[in-house]
Design a protein around this ligand. Structure first.
Ligand code: AMP
Length: 364
């Protein structure tokens, strides 16, 4: 069976590497003729709203999935007329809009930071009186890796902030002085079965994910799984969904969902019997889901902007190198390294050695 993927970046590339042993080939649509997933499947070059390119993709596939959430609605409609698309248009529409996802969390009784929808400077000024400062102003759509947002610390920061973010629909969120950030990644099958990976602790630098480490038997695991399952059930979701939370005073506050395989789940390639990529493909192909437990101590580091020395990294035992075959550029995710070990102590030593080699260039 061929599966179509809208987007041809590293997430698609890793999906293809998981799909090939199952005898499933992926066909990607991407505007770039050098999209990095092209090395692992068929690449159709075309804009995401190019109906003719979408038709060429559909001619080669039996069902379609997505590598990112900002797919033009007309493209989703064109696909849905002809083939099953997972996750659904409704799930993508909810996850791409910060206000829609927060409204869903509220409806499902999932705790989240105080939030307000902002459509003008006067909305913002009113919301600041309700939510207080500091607060975080974010675009409702098209934000990623901390882009399209601004922290408002004092009254001066509020002046002109609506225009500064482009005079587009925004949300204002209370600033959470969190202890740490976690994500829960789960997969839901066509028949509604849900499986979740262990909670992952995430460390960001300049809004970009730097390091992820799964936390075995975290006290908030059951609560995170319940929230993730409630969201997936409400959206009749099929495939992998990532749910990011803040942890503050031993409670979870929902941040956002991503309707796709997620950077904080890359460790599952080496650290779980079935990776997030394999489980996503299994779910949308209608195959039984694979096991999601953690098999060994593991951590993942992103390689951003500039790659460290391959030989030096591989000289550290337990280091697994994943290059995305992308040209270096400040702030660009070029690859990741997963570190594994038999014990937590050995993992920490190996992580320490790896961190000394990293030369990330975040830009900005
Ligand atoms: P986001 O794109 O919403 O995931 O935001 C990127 C990063 O900015 C998050 O991972 C947090 O580190 C930080 N951040 C976002 N929203 C808040 C908030 N309400 N309070 C504190 N930090 C935040």
């Amino acid at each position: 069976m061929n599966i179509g993927v809208i987007g041809g970046g590293q997430l698609g590339r890793m999906m293809a590497l998981a799909a090939l042993p199952l005898g499933i080939r992926l066909v990607f649509l991407d505007p770039s003729d050098s999209a990095c997933a092209g090395a692992t499947g068929v690449l159709i070059q075309g804009q995401y709203d190019d109906a003719e390119a979408v038709s060429r993709l559909l001619a080669e596939t039996r069902r379609v999935t997505f590598e990112f959430e900002n797919v033009p609605p007309a493209t989703i409609a064109q696909i849905a007329e002809q083939q099953p698309a997972y996750p659904s248009a409704q799930a993508l529409a909810t996850a791409r809009d910060r206000w829609a996802e927060k409204a869903l969390f509220q409806r499902l009784g999932i705790a989240l930071p105080p939030v307000a929808a902002i459509d003008s400077q006067s909305d913002l000024e009113h919301a600041v009186t309700q939510i207080g400062l500091p607060a975080v102003l974010k675009t409702r759509t098209l934000g990623y890796d901390g882009k399209g947002q601004k922290v408002l610390r004092n009254a001066e920061d509020v002046i002109g902030a609506f225009a500064e973010l482009g005079s587009v629909p925004l949300v204002l969120e209370g600033f959470i002085d969190f202890d740490h950030e976690v994500s829960c990644i789960g997969v839901r099958a066509i028949d509604g079965e849900v499986r979740c990976y262990p909670l992952v602790r995430n460390e960001h630098r300049q809004g970009m994910l730097y390091r992820s480490e799964p936390l075995a038997m975290h006290p908030l695991q059951a609560e995170a799984e319940a929230a993730l399952t409630a969201v997936m059930d409400a959206l009749d979701y099929v495939g992998v969904l990532a749910f990011e939370f803040f942890v503050q005073a031993e409670r979870l506050l929902a941040n956002e969902i991503a309707p796709r395989v997620h950077n904080s789940g890359h460790w599952t390639i080496e650290g779980s019997p079935a990776s997030q990529f394999e489980n996503h493909i299994r779910a949308i192909a209608g195959l039984p889901l694979g096991e999601t437990r953690q098999t060994q101590p593991v951590a993942m580091y992103n390689l951003i902007g500039q790659l460290p020395d391959l030989a030096a990294v591989l000289a550290i035992p337990g280091c697994h190198w994943h290059s995305y075959d992308k040209a270096p550029r400040a702030g660009r995710k070029l690859g990741h390294v997963t570190v594994t070990a038999a014990t937590q102590e050995a993992l920490e030593q190996r992580c320490f050695a790896l961190e000394a080699l990293l030369c990330n260039d975040l830009g900005g």
